[in-house]
Design a protein around this ligand. Structure first.
Ligand code: TXA
Ligand code: MG
Length: 318
């Protein structure tokens, strides 16, 4: 049985108690909803994989309520990471660094590094603080499905799984955090996300692409086909001429396409990439529910949050 609670004081108190008992709680962050458990309890973390239906163990992100507490989960921190923590936490940035002894192997899937972030969502922060421990949480969707940006998205995919779903409304940023690891102290981009690359480079210098050795295709966010809606997704140029069809849906960047479609969503009439990212998964969930067999999705400009949007659309179309 899954209890759905408003993310007020009482809801957060109950959810924190459930986490302390080894329970699993879906909760809103500023990026997407997470499926959380006590990050230092391997059995509680194992339930996360079970509920998601992940066929194999993949490393999880640990969430903390302050940079000082988050830092203790790492065994060493290069200066560039220090600068990024100071500037962007709390926020949509995950750092991957050598793990401290206390971090269980199930969290890192046996790796020597751990992914950590301090989320900016106030409900997430309050929950982690009340629980008094790091909270391990992947996105609260079934394996390979679309990430959830509302409690209803979580309920539709995972009802009966988590002990509690905390409903904090729609998430503000709408795409997952940017993931940065380090090679010889130099930042490396593992996943574009809610914090634009330009801002990271302004704070910590050039960010490189992962070297072959560091690239681990086993990481879920790095699987080619991920964030996949049920319908076939086809990427098209903005305003490309596609024949309208009552069996196809259309995801536009700024302008509504002409003709009759099963469903149409416009990400941002003013061309604002932040607004587009915030509405991306909600729009894909809605287009998927229209029953369309194909979703035509316009490519968006690849700067700022456009990079994260295109990364998710490309994976969904793979
Ligand atoms: O915004 C977010 O990051 C959300 C919210 C809930 O915080 N979480 C999220 O978690 O997107 P998840 O599990 O869906 O994606 C985490 C990604 C995965 O691709 C995982 O492989 C990668 O982080 N990851 C975790 N630990 C890692 C490590 N030690 N080395 C490399 N990649 C790692
Ligand atoms: Mg995910």
């Amino acid at each position: 049985m899954t209890e759905i609670l408003k993310a007020g004081k009482a809801g957060i108190r109950k959810a924190a108690a459930a986490l302390k008992r080894g329970g699993v709680v879906a909760f809103p962050t500023e990026t997407v909803y997470g499926l959380g458990a006590d990050g230092l309890d391997p059995v509680a973390c194992a339930r996360i994989f079970e509920i998601k239906g992940r066929p194999h163990f993949d490393p999880l992100i640990l969430h903390e309520c302050s940079a000082a507490r988050a830092r203790r989960l790492f065994s060493s921190v290069p200066p560039a990471a220090e600068r990024l923590m100071k500037k962007f936490w709390p926020g949509p940035l995950t750092l991957v660094l050598p793990k401290a002894r206390a971090v269980p192997d199930i969290v890192t899937a046996g790796l020597k590094t751990v992914a950590v972030r301090v989320p900016a969502g106030r409900y997430a922060l309050a929950l982690i603080k009340a629980a008094g421990r790091p909270v391990a949480a992947p996105s609260a969707n079934r394996f390979g499905a679309l990430s959830p940006t509302t409690a209803a998205h979580v309920k539709r995919q995972l009802a009966g799984g988590p002990d509690i779903i905390l409903d904090g409304g729609k998430t503000r940023i709408g795409v997952e955090s940017t993931i940065i690891s380090f090679e010889r102290g130099v930042p490396v981009l593992l996943r574009p996300g809610g914090l634009p690359l330009e801002e990271i480079e302004a704070a910590a210098g050039p960010v490189s692409a992962p070297s072959r050795r560091a690239y681990r295709p086993a990481a879920p966010g790095c699987l080619k086909k991920h964030y996949a809606p049920q319908a076939k997704l086809r990427l098209i140029a903005i305003g490309a001429r596609v024949k309208p069809s009552a069996r196809a849906a259309y995801l536009a960047f700024t302008n509504r396409p002409a003709g009759k479609w099963a469903a149409v969503k416009v990400l941002s009439p003013s061309g604002d990439l932040r607004e587009a990212a915030a509405g991306l998964f909600g729009a894909l969930h809605a287009l998927e529910r229209s029953g369309a067999r194909v979703i035509y999705a316009e490519r968006v400009p690849q700067h700022g949050l456009g990079r994260a949007i295109m990364d998710r659309l490309r994976r969904a179309s793979a």
